[in-house]
Design a protein around this ligand. Structure first.
Ligand SMILES: C[S@@+](CC[C@H](N)C(=O)[O-])C[C@H]1O[C@@H](n2cnc3c(N)ncnc32)[C@H](O)[C@@H]1O
Length: 345
């Protein structure tokens, strides 16, 4: 642990002073070093994703938990549910589809499908959900859609069977790179914080466009490459302490493969009427546990990090405790956003 008078978290060459007093990041100043490493294949490895990183909802819940302290409070799931319902009210096929089509076929039993295995519908049973939540995870968006708009037909899809276990049915265990859904058959498609897990995120965007009906609504969310930069600084300071060197690997940055600042441009090839919705804010946390749990939630990729993962987590916890003793809270700048668009008619 450093004994300097500066912030206990430590500063990297990209840091901008006391994170408690200077929560605002400088836009565009950061490019991820990690994105260029060969290890990035691990961020898209289906066996790691389904068998470890998202084997259940634990790691995802640890990341979602930080937003409890976000100011201003954001409600991305509420925004999506309201916009999806409004869109379906305007779309003739959206309004009539749930009533005209038969109930969706039993799409998949997550318990019956191995990790990464695609279990599509039985022949002759074309799934025709109005809303398809791709990479649904623990169902944050699917649940809200069901709760706020029970009149809508919503299907959740994920590569991980286990994470879908408690998600409202119907669910589909499949790969977003090859959606087992007919062309133009979905009215609203979501890909929330998941495109960065695809080997080819742009091909994944093409796949979203393929399944969406003309005029259909797409919603995609991700993080800016400077999102939560204070966590990067904390991680690197701890890694420097542990390794005893000044040059240490950067923390995992999944979203650098599909960062918010590039998202609208990357959607433009397939979608129009693009709209960026800011979901950012300042997270001020008075206790260490949620921050440490967030850092530890990347354990599935510990082998790729180039540091002794557990030791760095422990050291980060010590730095954090010291910081909280001195300043009372730890400030994290959240730079998250959502892009919505329409498939041209
Ligand atoms: C960061 S979580 C986001 C979960 C949810 N959309 C949310 O925003 O709360 C990413 C999810 O995408 C899923 N995923 C990753 N790669 C996938 C793929 N190729 N096909 C389908 N789902 C995938 C993961 O299993 C995980 O549940």
């Amino acid at each position: 642990m450093g004994s300097d008078d500066g912030p206990v978290i430590g500063t990297s060459p990209r840091s901008h002073g006391d994170p408690r007093r200077s929560p605002t990041a400088s836009p565009g100043a950061h490019t991820s070093q990690y994105g260029d490493r060969p290890a990035t294949a691990a961020w898209t490895d289906r066996a790691i994703l389904a068998g470890s990183a998202y084997r259940d909802g634990q790691a995802l819940s640890a990341r979602q938990a930080l937003y409890r302290w976000l100011n201003p409070q954001r409600d991305p799931a509420g925004i999506v549910a309201a916009r999806a319902a409004a869109h379906l009210m305007q779309e003739p096929h959206g309004r009539t589809w749930p009533r005209r089509s038969p109930a969706p076929a039993p799409l998949a039993d997550p318990g019956a499908t191995g990790p990464g295995g695609a279990s599509g519908p039985a022949a002759g049973h074309e799934p025709r959900p109005c809303v398809l939540d791709v990479g649904a995870g623990n169902g944050l968006y699917t649940r809200r859609l069901h709760a706020d708009h029970p009149e809508l037909q919503v299907a959740a899809l994920d590569i991980s069977a286990r994470i879908l276990r408690d998600v409202p049915r119907p669910v589909l265990v499949a790969d977003a790179a090859h959606l087992p859904v007919a062309d133009g058959s979905v009215s609203v498609v979501l890909a929330m914080h998941m495109l960065y897990h695809l080997a080819d995120p742009d091909a994944g965007i093409g796949e979203l466009a393929r399944v969406l009906a003309p005029g259909g609504l797409v919603a995609v969310s991700t993080n800016h490459s400077r999102d939560k930069h204070e966590l990067d600084e904390l991680w690197q300071a701890a890694a420097r302490d542990v390794l005893g060197t000044t040059q240490v690997p950067a923390r995992v940055s999944l979203s650098s493969r599909f960062p918010l600042e590039a998202a609208a441009d990357r959607l433009r090839e397939h979608f129009t009427d693009l709209e960026l919705i800011d979901l950012g804010g300042v997270i001020e946390i008075p206790e260490p546990r949620p921050v440490v749990a967030h850092l530890a939630s990347y354990r599935a990729w510990a082998d790729q990090m180039g540091v002794p993962f557990a030791a760095v987590i422990d050291q980060a916890a010590r730095r954090l405790a010291e910081h909280l003793d001195r300043y009372g809270t730890f400030t994290i700048t959240s730079r998250v956003g959502m892009v919505m668009g329409k498939r041209p008619r």
